[in-house]
Write a protein of this length. Sequence first.
Lengths: 260, 288
Amino acid sequence: MQSLGARLLTGYLWLVLLFLYVPILVMAAMGFNASPLYALPFDFDLIWYRELAGNAKLINAGINSVGIAVANTLIATALGTMAALAFARYQFRGKTVLQLLLFPPVAIPWLVIGTAMLVFFYWIGIKRGLVAILLGHVALSLPYVIVVVGARLATFPRAVEEAAATLGATPWQTFRRITAPILAPGVIGGALFAFAVSFDQFVISYFLAPPGTTTLPVEIYGAIRKGFTPEINAISTIIIVVSMGVLLLTARFYRFGGEK
Amino acid sequence: MSVADRRDRGAILALTGPAYLWLTATIFLPLSAMLYVSFLDKSPLVPQPASFTLKHYEAFLAKPVYPQLMLWSLELGALVTVFCLLIGYPAALALAKVVKGRWREALFLLVVLPFWSNALVRTFSWTMVLRPGGLADQAIHVVAPGAPALDILYSYPAVVIGLVHSYLPYMILTCYISLQAIDDSVIEAARSLGARPWHLLRRVIFPMSLPGVLAGSALIFVPAVGSFMEPRILGGTKGAALGMAIEEQFTVTANWPFGGALSFVMLAAVLLICLALYPVARRRMEGL
């Protein structure tokens, strides 16, 4: 039998969840409402999803976003996993400094980082565009990948690798049969983080996107400021479903909160 | 130096080199370049040679409008952080100490899910709820039919609501992690020694979860001070913040040196506040 205080706290937790989800649910629901002015009563219609399918600008922005997120995931996961391996396997001078250097990209407001990239890229001759956006996204994703893969490596049983080597496995065989399978959940978790960071990134992309070429969040920001139509609800709903799908996948590989 | 050492060195360099070269080229060099530009009298966009000046930092102080914006942004950051703590801490406590087993895992996932959704989309969602005739307005009229129309979209409270909604999961997450680490037997011991619930919370649980509270506060305060998108979408002209002024220097007026100076004044202010609060926080934690 739970005490009154405990039951009150649990009820309160549900209230907080309501606060977190109500706006998102309202937004999603309005994407299925026929009225262009978000007027009620609710009248179910898929018109905004049909309009969206015919909106070449939004579709192109969506393709750019997915393309950048995929490229970002591949690059950030590869480079981040390598760095995490070095941190886990070797003791060397300057290691703490390198690890501390992972804080600024996460802790400094994106507004400052994004505008600084704009200035520096202009200076060294990298034009605003998809390449510049990708460069920025990888920088933001790297610290997440290094930390997530590093967490997996911290629990890595080194002895198994040594045993394989003692039993005559070549370094390549050891890597393929022992190291890679044990490391896989960490790498996949890191990759999903990298994908989510890039796919949801607005601020950096906003400063590095040239007129004409944009990513989905940048396009949505423009639409919100110009006066939005429920098409934006439709695409926002799709974004949320994709992002949450990615997180649920992450959760499968990486048990949050469940441990202990 | 032995051969093995040298081979290790090569491996370390090969493994960490690419990631850190990338970070240098896209984070550390750009920040240095921006600091440098903030001391130039002409924007790099102008083809003429530029010389050293302090005028952009002087310009920040010369007009009262910029220190005022700075103050508003710091106030906004503090307000959002306090609300996140007041709302988030009890929720984290419920999650860590009351809910058990598979329910806890499911609820935990529900808490972190929204912060994996796009911040822009979440902010946009609030315009649906807060606009006149929106959900909040209609809900109030169901409860109190005679109430005046709710019109808080494009206002300061709307900005605070949007930012609290965006950052609340960070606070719940960090508090949850440190609350979960508190051994239940410690709580049991305090209880059996006669601690009342309020005392238990104030003297035992809260001090022990202070690292999570501080981590969450820092994670929220810094980006909230630097926010520009939420004030613009939810605040209209009434939610002025320094972040909006910085954004304009890069997107509207193309005055990069001044924008850079504003950015570094903001970073310095945030850093100073964190440094000033650090010893206070440490004394609290050591005093356990």
